[in-house]
Design a protein around this ligand. Structure first.
Ligand SMILES: Nc1ncnc2c1ncn2[C@@H]1O[C@H](COP(=O)(O)OP(=O)(O)OP(=O)(O)O)[C@@H](O)[C@H]1O
Ligand SMILES: [Mg+2]
Length: 463
C-alpha cells in the first residue's frame, strides 16, 4: 500500500529513498521550520522526521502538528533502537518510530495503518481559517478573527516597527504577537516577553536596557538587558500602558534612534529587535488623562492589530469552535480528554450566551474545569462553571447580575473584589477564577485600589 503524499524533513538520501517506495509524491523540507510552508501547499498524509534533525524544537513541532491537523501522522526515523527516545516521542504525539536501518518490514504495516485510518476518519474538524498559515495556531473563522489574521500577515510582511496589539484581557494579544514574530523572523529566533505591569519602574528599566556594574547600590555585576537578549527577534512589551512615563520617553528614544544605553552606561548599543507592545486599555484615553505619552502613542499605532472580545457579534461564532479545540487539546487530565468527545447542545448554547469577560482564556479555563468534573463522554451544562456561577454560589453577597450601575469598570471592580474574597486574598487563585493573568490582576488591583484580604485584616486590626 502507499500514501498519496509524504513529506520527508531533512536531506537524508537514505530516508528519502526508503519512503519513495511508499508514495509517488515525495516532498522534502530542509528543516522543521520550513516544513509548515510545505504542509500548507501540499496537504500531506504523513511527515517523516529524521533523528539527526532532533533538537529542542522537535517535541513542540510534533505537538503543534497534532493540535493543528488531528489526523496527520508524524513518523520519526531513529538511527538506533532507543526505548527512552521512542517513549518520549510517542508521548509528544508522534504516530510511531522506526529504526531506519532495520525496520523496513514494519514500515509497510505502519503505512497501511495510516492509510486505513485516513480512509476511515470521520469528517475532520478544521479549527483554523483557510488562510491561516500552518505555523500559526489562531483558532477561529469569524469575520473578526479573519480580519485580525489579515492584519497580522500584513504587519509581519512589512518592516513596521514597533507594532501594537490591542484588545481586552484574554483575547489573544500574546498569541497574535507570537504570530507576527514567527511570520517575520521564524520560530527559531528569539521572542522575549516582559510584563510592564509586573515590575517596579527601576527594575523594569534595568530589565529592558541592562545596567553596568555599580550603577546603583545592588548592581554588583553587569547585566544584559532584554533589548540586547532579543537580538534580531522580538521584544514583547506586554501591558505597555503600565510603563512609567519617564521610561516611556526612553523607549521612544530606542524606537527613533534604534540604539540605547545601559543604566549607568555611556556606550550606545544597537537594537535590532522588533518591538511589539500590547495593551488592554484604551491608550488614547490614557493619553488624554496624561498617563501615556502622546508621541509614543502615535509611534506605536501606525498599524495596530486589534482583537475583538469574544462576545462581539462578529466574533461570537468562534465560541463553539474554540470550545471544541480546547476540549481536544487540553492537557489538564490526559487520561480523560480522549474519552470526552464533545459538549451537549445545551452546554454549547450556554457557552454562546455567556458574556466572557475573561475572553478566550476564560473559555479555556471553563473547558479545563469541565473536563476535570465530567464523568460521561459529553460535557454537560452542570459541569460548566462559568465565572458568574462561581460568584453566585456565595449567597447574601451582591451578585454581578444585580448591578444597577452598568459601567464595565464597576462590574470589573466588583468581580475582582469577589474573586479575591473567594480566594482568601490569594492572587494566583483569584486570577484563575477570573480567567486573567496574575499580572493583569495586579494591575487592576492597583488601578481600582481594591483592598486585598491581607490589607483588610491589617485595616481592621489597626481600627
Ligand atoms: N484564537 C485563539 N485560538 C487559540 N487559542 C487562543 C486564541 N486566542 C487566545 N487563545 C489562548 O487563550 C489564552 C489567552 O491568550 P493570550 O495570552 O494571547 O491573551 P492576552 O490578550 O495576551 O491576555 P492578557 O491581556 O490577559 O495578557 C492563551 O492560552 C492563548 O493560547
Ligand atoms: Mg497577554
Amino acid at each position: 500500500m502507499s500514501l498519496d503524499r509524504i513529506i520527508v524533513v531533512g536531506n537524508q538520501q537514505k530516508t528519502q529513498q526508503l519512503f519513495r517506495h511508499y508514495t509517488s509524491n515525495l516532498f522534502s523540507a530542509d528543516n522543521l521550520e520550513d516544513t509548515w510552508e510545505v504542509i500548507n501547499s501540499v496537504g500531506p498524509d504523513m511527515i517523516v522526521i529524521d533523528e539527526w534533525l532532533f533538537g529542542e524544537n522537535t517535541a513542540r513541532f510534533i505537538k503543534k502538528v497534532n493540535s493543528k491537523f488531528a489526523n496527520l501522522a508524524v513518523l520519526a526515523v531513529l538511527k538506533d533502537e532507543d526505548d527512552a527516545k521512542v517513549k518520549s516521542l510517542i508521548s509528544c504525539g508522534a504516530y510511531d518510530c522506526i529504526n531506519g536501518e532495520s525496520d523496513h518490514g514494519r514500515l509497510g504495516r505502519i503505512i497501511d495503518k495510516v492509510k486505513y485510518s485516513n480512509a476511515n476518519r470521520c469528517e475532520e474538524k478544521v479549527f483554523f481559517a483557510d488562510d491561516c498559515p500552518a505555523s500559526v495556531s489562531i483558532v477561529g473563522k469569524s469575520p473578526s478573527i479573519t480580519n485580525s489574521l489579515k492584519m497580522i500577515k500584513i504587519v509581519a510582511k512589512s518592516a513596521c516597527n514597533p507594532v501594537l496589539v490591542i484588545g481586552e484581557t484574554g483575547t489573544g494579544k500574546e498569541l497574535a504577537a507570537k504570530a507576527v514574530h514567527i511570520l517575520r523572523h521564524g520560530s527559531s529566533s528569539k521572542f522575549v516577553a516582559v510584563n510592564c505591569a509586573a515590575l517596579t519602574a527601576n527594575l523594569l528599566e534595568s530589565e529592558l536596557f541592562g545596567h553596568v556594574k555599580g550603577s546603583f547600590t545592588s548592581a554588583d555585576s553587569e547585566k544584559t538587558g532584554l533589548f540586547e537578549i532579543a537580538e534580531n527577534g522580538t521584544l514583547f512589551l506586554d501591558e505597555i500602558s503600565e510603563m512609567p512615563l519617564d521610561l516611556q520617553a526612553k523607549l521612544l528614544r530606542v524606537i527613533q534612534e534604534q540604539t540605547f544605553r545601559k543604566v549607568g552606561g555611556t556606550k550606545e548599543i544597537k537594537s535590532n529587535a522588533t518591538i511589539i507592545a500590547s495593551s488592554n486599555r484604551n491608550l488614547l484615553r490614557e493619553v488624554d488623562e496624561g498617563k501615556f505619552r502622546k508621541d509614543l502613542y502615535y509611534r506605536l499605532s501606525v498599524f495596530p492589530i486589534t482583537l475583538a472580545p469574544l462576545r462581539h457579534p462578529e466574533r461570537k461564532e468562534d465560541i463553539p469552535l474554540l470550545a471544541e479545540y480546547f476540549l481536544r487539546t487540553s492537557v489538564v487530565a490526559p487520561d480523560k480528554t480522549p474519552k470526552i468527545r464533545s459538549l451537549t447542545k445545551l452546554a454549547m448554547e450556554t457557552l454562546k450566551k455567556h458574556d466572557w469577560p475573561g475572553n478566550v482564556r476564560e473559555l479555556c479555563n471553563v473547558i479545563d474545569r469541565a473536563i476535570l468534573m465530567e464523568t460521561t463522554d459529553k460535557i454537560g451544562c452542570n459541569n460548566l462553571m462559568l465565572t458568574d456561577d462561581l460568584l453566585m454560589e456565595n449567597p447574601g453577597s451582591s451578585a454581578i447580575c444585580s448591578f444597577k450601575d452598568f459601567s464595565l469598570e464597576n462590574a470589573e471592580k466588583e468581580l475582582i473584589g469577589r474573586a479575591l474574597q473567594e480566594s482568601n486574598g490569594q492572587k494566583t487563585r483569584a486570577a484563575a477564577l477570573l480567567g486573567i493573568t496574575r499580572a493583569t490582576l495586579y494591575a487592576k488591583v492597583k488601578q481600582y485600589n481594591i483592598p486585598t484580604a491581607n490589607q483588610k485584616v491589617a485595616v481592621s486590626a489597626s481600627a
